[in-house]
Write a protein that binds this ligand. Structure first.
Ligand code: KL2
Length: 685
């Protein structure tokens, strides 16, 4: 009964809302900037601090004037020839939809796939509404993205892969037809989200290395559900963990912490799409178009507004021409390390200049000539950042923060290389984060480790040690499903030669070398001097007395020093030794994410290669180990100076399947972004 009443009451409202959405979809479609436009409209309702403030003061011009100038420049340059002046002017109008027309908060990223699937209406009433919404202020991000897009105009036109299946990509001629006539279902079917699962693709898609595709059923793809409410299926909750945070000082509030947000994001290098197009057969080329993806990626970054951003797979030309300039406009300073060899992408760490000051930056190249275990072109980057305290914290001190970022080798068979790469990064983190008193400053390690949770490599990072002797190389990263014919390669000690200068405890050997050279001072002649020292002359109590053999007491030469004390630091000994068959580190790292979604009873997913969901991306942070009586079991941690205050929830594979996998029209990488909020304690002088 109540259900029926509610049904009657709510259905008209729902229909009205859907009609509104459809109208906006029509508007977007007509502009020939379907996705860009829709995303820009959505941007207008972001609650995150706007980036307008970054662009305005640079030239001293008012924001609007500058926006218009940028837009004008973009239009004049033809935005890569994608839009005619006519269509571009429509974009200008369309980006001006009022923020109040939309929902607030994280919903910025969440719209409805139903917009893509439902045939739009085009009656007069709706057209009228179109007129009314084309009026107000334009959003801030658009100018930055437009500037970024304009700086690389030619690429925007390239459809990825010239597969004939995708001949339905819209052309300007198509647009004219659309503009001239009421929209038909036929035209609408050209939409990427619909084409993504076109039956014409079935045979190609099924052949991708035995991968199980979400909509595949006995070799046939299921038709798309008529309507998928995107915001419902791809919703990512912000999990507030601040209530669990333990603040040592009585009465202290979380406000006394230096709070900052960290994002880790593998943004999928365009070159890698082009090198392995078979991995992206489920995607319409329009959604793989770099400029389309760039817009989406920026909107996501803008929306979540991190203070530290760790990017993987940032393609060098895109980085210097588009990403870095746009991020600088957003208030970031950026450090970039490209992969070695002929690889065109790399890692970047960007930090808000208003929040941090750079103390040091160390790129790490894992490629070491002549070493088979380190013959791949992956890289890492380690920064030491000084948090900048607000004036109100005057009189307090805060320790630096070490931030590391990496993208480890993908090859599931070569866990041995992955482990050696991680050891190199750990050594650099160890060096960077070690303070004068020998303790470590707080550490955050982000990256795509190409290893799954609870794999040996993961355990090495989290538990601080791994016994690897005899372990099959394919086991290290736990990607068994990608190892159909595993090699017999096994990990044997030592994993890398001492000439690398890194010990098994993942510290540089420089100190050890110094000690070794100290030791060399103790030559045979030098040591012989101690034959007659007091300690040497003292008769051990349990020594069996053999006349003429053990009863003799040597005469001590008169000119020798009476006593010599050798200070022997056992830690230093341990520090210098190699530990056969195992690697360790002393950084005490734990993961922001738990890798499991209790509400759904399923694992968290950060990436979905060929339809198989997995966690391979992480944000680790330094914590304090808790004494655990069960030796050898999982190490336990509690927050130390660095406290985890919140995180953006990840998704499960079933949810991502229903959103057409990754990338999809809304998530423009094959990885999800990771986001965590931290609080760093500061102390009074
Ligand atoms: O999921 V990744 O995907 O962590 O973003 O990292 C690598 C892989 C990236 C850089 O090397 O390219 C992807 N099959 C599937 N994916 C591959 C392959 C492959 N053979 N080679 C590289 N990648």
């Amino acid at each position: 009964m109540i259900g029926t009443v509610l049904c009657y009451a709510l259905l008209p409202v729902a229909r009205l809302l859907r009609a509104l959405r459809d109208i906006l979809t029509v508007i977007c479609y007509l502009t020939n900037a379907f996705f860009t436009c829709r995303k820009n409209i959505l941007l207008a309702k972001s609650t995150a601090p706007r980036i307008d403030s970054f662009s305005a003061p640079v030239s001293g011009k008012p924001v609007l004037e500058e926006q218009q100038a940028l837009l004008q420049q973009w239009l004049e340059e033809g935005a890569g020839g994608l839009h005619t002046n006519e269509s571009a002017s429509r974009i200008e109008k369309l980006s001006a939809i009022s923020a109040t027309e939309w929902l607030e908060g994280p919903e910025i990223l969440m719209t409805s796939l139903s917009n893509l699937n439902v045939s739009p209406q085009s009656d007069d009433q709706e057209q009228q509404h179109v007129q009314t919404v084309e009026t107000e202020v334009s959003p801030g991000l658009q100018e930055i993205v437009e500037t970024a897009l304009a700086s690389c105009p030619a690429e925007g036109q390239e459809a990825v892969g010239d597969n004939a299946v995708w001949a339905a990509v819209r052309t300007q001629a198509d647009l004219e037809v659309i503009n001239a006539a009421p929209l038909s279902t036929e035209v609408w079917i050209e939409d990427p989200a619909v084409l993504a699962w076109s039956p014409a693709l079935e045979s190609d898609m099924v052949s991708t290395e035995g991968a199980v595709w979400p909509f595949q059923n006995a070799g046939q793809f299921q038709p798309l559900p008529a309507e998928i409410p995107y915001h419902e299926i791809l919703w990512r909750d912000w999990e507030d963990l601040s209530a669990q945070v333990c603040i040592p000082e009585e009465g202290a509030e979380t406000e006394s912490l230096f709070e900052f947000r960290v994002m880790s994001y593998n943004i999928l290098a365009q070159d890698l799409i082009e090198q392995s197009p078979h991995l992206y057969m489920h995607c319409h080329p329009d959604i793989l178009n770099w400029n389309y993806r760039l817009t989406n990626l920026f909107q996501e970054i803008q929306h979540w507004d991190p203070d530290i951003l760790c990017l993987q797979e940032a393609q060098e030309n895109h980085y210097w021409e588009q990403l870095e300039p746009a991020l600088v406009m957003m208030g970031f300073a950026c450090i970039y390390k490209r992969r070695t060899g002929r690889k065109t992408d790399g890692c970047a760490i960007c930090y808000k200049q208003s929040r941090f000051q750079l103390i040091s930056a160390s790129p790490v190249e894992y490629f070491r000539p002549g070493l088979d275990i380190l013959n791949r072109d992956n890289v890492g980057l380690v920064l030491l950042l000084q948090p900048l305290l607000h004036e109100s914290f005057e009189g307090t001190a805060i320790s630096p923060l070490c931030v590391a970022n990496t993208h480890v080798l993908y090859n599931p068979h070569r866990g041995d290389i992955k482990l050696a790469q991680m050891a190199l990064l750990m050594a650099e983190i160890d060096k960077t984060a070690k303070m004068a008193n020998g303790n470590y400053c707080p550490i955050i390690l982000c990256g795509d480790l190409n290893s799954v949770p609870d794999s040996p490599l993961y355990k090495f990072i989290r538990n601080g040690q791994l016994y690897y002797q005899g372990m099959p190389a394919w086991k290290v990263s736990g990607q068994e499903e990608f190892c159909q014919h595993p090699h017999q390669r096994k990990l044997l000690s030592p994993l890398w030669p001492s000439s690398l200068g890194i010990m098994d405890n993942c510290q540089y050997a420089t100190l050890c070398q110094r000690k070794t050279s100290d030791r060399r001072k103790y030559s045979r002649e030098f040591l012989l001097q101690f034959r007659y020292c007091d300690a040497a002359c003292e008769r051990p109590a349990e020594l069996i007395l053999l006349e003429g053999v053990t009863d003799a007491i040597p005469d001590r030469p008169a000119h020798w020093p009476k006593e010599l004390t050798v200070v022997n630091n056992p830690d230093q000994e341990l520090f210098c030794s190699r530990n056969p068959g195992s690697v360790q580190h002393g950084l005490n790292l734990t993961s922001v994410y738990s890798h499991f979604l209790p509400q759904r009873g399923r694992p968290e997913i950060t990436t979905m290669p060929m339809g198989v969901g997995a966690t391979v991306d992480y944000i680790f942070y330094s914590a304090e180990p808790i004494q655990n009586e069960n030796e050898g079991s999982r190490k336990m941690y509690q927050d130390g100076a660095l406290k985890l205050l919140g995180r953006l929830s990840l998704l499960s594979d079933d949810i991502l399947w229903s959103a057409y996998g990754l990338p999809n029209p809304f998530c423009s990488s094959d990885h999800l972004c990771l986001l965590a909020s931290f609080g760093l304690e500061h102390s009074n002088f």
